[in-house]
Design a protein around this ligand. Structure first.
Ligand SMILES: Nc1ncnc2c1ncn2[C@@H]1O[C@H](COP(=O)(O)OP(=O)(O)OP(=O)(O)O)[C@@H](O)[C@H]1O
Length: 137
């Protein structure tokens, strides 16, 4: 298996403040600790996860950490599920499907588009290799 063999991994992604939150001068109530897997909530309540991604994390980084090892393990016969959980407006849709479905750029693509792209890429590579081997026989 490409990923470490654990049944469930929990990754926390902290999203940046959005326009309406800035407009109301709200501030973030969570603080990722740089270089660690910890997140501080409020003043001093810290929690540890498998990964903590801060406000600056890219869609690509999220995909590589949360989904790609699982997508690749599917080609070794494993089943896997990725789901987003969080309160309303926490960024589930942004993370899973992408920034804005109507005009999504490659950088903004979410986990689903990236996973489907990767699966087709791996199928293409596998077909090419089969052709090369068949030609060599
Ligand atoms: N990582 C991010 N970077 C920039 N903007 C983000 C990010 N995550 C979410 N947003 C923005 O925050 C807002 C809420 O995000 P989103 O719609 O994905 O939340 P949700 O959890 O799916 O909400 P709901 O449960 O209400 O459907 C959107 O305007 C989205 O563009």
């Amino acid at each position: 298996m490409a990923a470490e063999e654990v049944p469930v991994r929990v990754v926390v992604r902290v999203r940046p403040l959005i326009a309406r939150e800035k407009l109301h001068e709200l501030s973030s109530c969570v603080r990722p600790i740089l270089g660690s897997k910890q997140l501080v909530i409020g003043k001093d309540r810290s929690f540890t996860f498998d990964h903590v991604l801060d406000e600056g994390s890219s869609q690509d980084e999220v995909y590589e950490i949360c989904a790609n090892p699982l997508v690749e393990s599917c080609f070794e016969g494993y089943n896997a599920t990725v789901f987003a959980y969080g309160q309303t407006s926490s960024g589930k849709t942004h993370t899973i499907t992408g920034a804005d479905l109507s005009a999504v750029t490659q950088d903004e693509q979410g986990i689903i588009s990236r996973a489907v792209g990767r699966i087709f890429h791996m199928i293409e590579v596998s077909v090419r290799m089969q052709r090369i081997f068949a030609g060599a026989l």
